[in-house]
Ligand binder design. Structure first.
Ligand code: DGL
Length: 284
């Protein structure tokens, strides 16, 4: 039987999710910017990568994960995955509202796009993202809504999340691939590049080297912490606790592997990771 929604509590955790460890780069930023809050992170590592999934799959997976986080008391949900945000943010937001939870859902595409538009000096912005994110057109919509005159160059980077998630040392082959992904941004002479996948901060230095030091890189984490703070304040849901909050982890795949790779992304101790089983079938 589905749990009966109760009003979100100030002392409850903020739920954060991604296809795997990439969203930990967003969680890292949130832990730094909102140190007193508690967080519950869910990595859907059994179904990684999301970047090759269809919009229907991404919507179904995201609804399942939102339910899992809400059932565990989340007072706000951060979709720390650009692929899920691009195809499923509106759907998950409606799903959460329809079920009567009264919880805000915040995604990563809007805050990054606004920041990029605010920072570009020559009006040329690039975005590197998964195939699913680029195919959704979400960045075109968000960037052009913020400034209709900006020129956006979008590049799908099918292998870049895997290079980040693998945990293996970066090879010359990886560098060649990343150089290929960056080439259209160099040709377009962008001065601002959105790392439109939460896995990419892990290869940030490589991308900065390939794009050149004059290009400002925008990541989800920096763009989203302020949005989360505003959402909590607007609903009077900021934690009453002072001091450092707690954070914990769930994942759908191998918990040991998640903890090992995850600690490199989080740059903080991970502690225990609990395995969670989500429905495998994709609901209609
Ligand atoms: N971290 C996910 C994103 O931000 C992508 C990685 C994947 O393909 O699952 O899009």
């Amino acid at each position: 039987m589905a749990p009966v929604p109760s009003a979100p509590q100030r002392a409850a955790p903020i739920g954060v999710f991604d296809s795997g460890v990439g969203g930990l780069t967003v969680l890292h930023e949130l832990l730094v910017e909102l140190p007193q809050e508690d967080f519950l992170y869910l990595g859907d590592s059994a179904r990684f990568p999301y970047g090759d999934r269809t919009p229907d799959e991404l919507r179904a997976f995201s609804r399942q994960i939102a339910d899992a986080l809400l059932e565990r008391g989340a007072k706000l949900i951060v979709v720390a995955c650009n692929s899920a945000t691009s195809s499923a943010l509106a759907d998950v937001t409606a799903h959460v509202a329809d079920e009567g939870w009264g919880v805000d859902v915040i995604g990563v595409v809007g805050p990054e796009s606004n920041l990029a538009v605010a920072l570009t000096r020559n009006g040329r912005i690039g975005v590197l993202a998964t195939s699913a994110t680029i195919a959704s057109g979400a960045y075109e919509r968000a960037v052009l809504a913020a400034d209709g005159l900006v020129r956006l160059t979008s590049v799908a980077c099918p292998q870049l999340a895997r290079i980040s998630q693998d945990g293996a040392p970066i090879t010359e082959g990886d560098v060649a691939l990343a150089r290929e992904y960056c080439a259209p941004l160099r040709v377009a002479q962008v001065d601002t590049a959105i790392l439109g996948c939460t896995h990419y901060p892990f290869v940030r230095s490589l991308l900065q080297r390939l794009l050149g030091p004059q290009v400002t890189l925008i990541t989800s984490g920096t763009a989203i912490a302020r949005r989360v703070q505003h959402a909590l304040d607007a609903r009077d849901l900021a934690t009453p606790h002072t001091g450092e909050g707690r954070y914990s982890f769930l994942c759908t795949g191998d918990a040991g592997a998640f903890a090992t790779v995850g600690s490199r992304f989080l740059q903080l101790p991970m502690g225990a990771v609990d395995h969670i089983q989500l429905p495998i079938e994709v609901p209609a």
